[in-house]
Design a protein around this ligand. Sequence first.
Ligand code: UDP
Length: 238
Amino acid sequence: MAEPVYQRILLKLSGEALLGEADYGIDPLVLRRLAAEIHALVDRGVEVALVIGGGNIFRGAGLAEAGMDRVGADHMGMLATVMNGLAMQDALERENVFTRVMSAIKINQVCEDYIRRRAVRHLEKGRVVIFAAGTGNPFFTTDSAASLRAVEIGADLMLKATKVDGVYSADPMTDPSALRYDQLTYDQVLDDRLSVMDATAIVMCRDQNMPIVVFDINEPGVLARIVEGERVGTRVER
Ligand code: UDP
């Protein structure tokens, strides 16, 4: 096995990644598989931080469309990410991986508050840190939270998990002529409105020079291959 070339990574999982075959909630088998893959990275000395979305439970924009006040709806979305974070913590701890959930909104009978220095200390001690509740602010997404936290903790790479093996010129699920990119710049993503992450998240990565790899989380062993430096999926950088 090749030595990892990245010391500290931030993995962004959408809530959807936890759904499995269902259309709501969390599939324990999916969680177990993800936990095992993350465990393998930790065993190889990689420091792993996670940001998990909440779209498998609630999305603020969807609730607002149905008539709810947007700010309250976003609070529900953020709380959904806390639930996903706790589920992932449980799955990791079953794998004997020490894990801390840190929330951007105070909910400290359930998990720790997010304090950057403490988060970095956990990582240095080999604990997986799950950043929950997004940025703590409505009108943002967990993609933006992921780029913010990746920059704050000094991650070497941000891994954006998706259901397809990289970034395409169009949706490959519906357009068979869609082309896959191996490499993109942040400005190409922004100018061509490619669906990598929302623009706020991309701009943060661009301005702080945080490289992103977009990849298919359903490929077994993919996380190990990425940290070994293999070219997987689409890389976004300067
Ligand atoms: N959210 C928010 N502020 C944040 C991050 C998330 O208000 O900083 C809310 C928002 O309502 C969002 C929901 O939490 O729809 C779940 O996050 P997201 O949609 O990013 O999850 P994903 O699509 O990754 O599952």
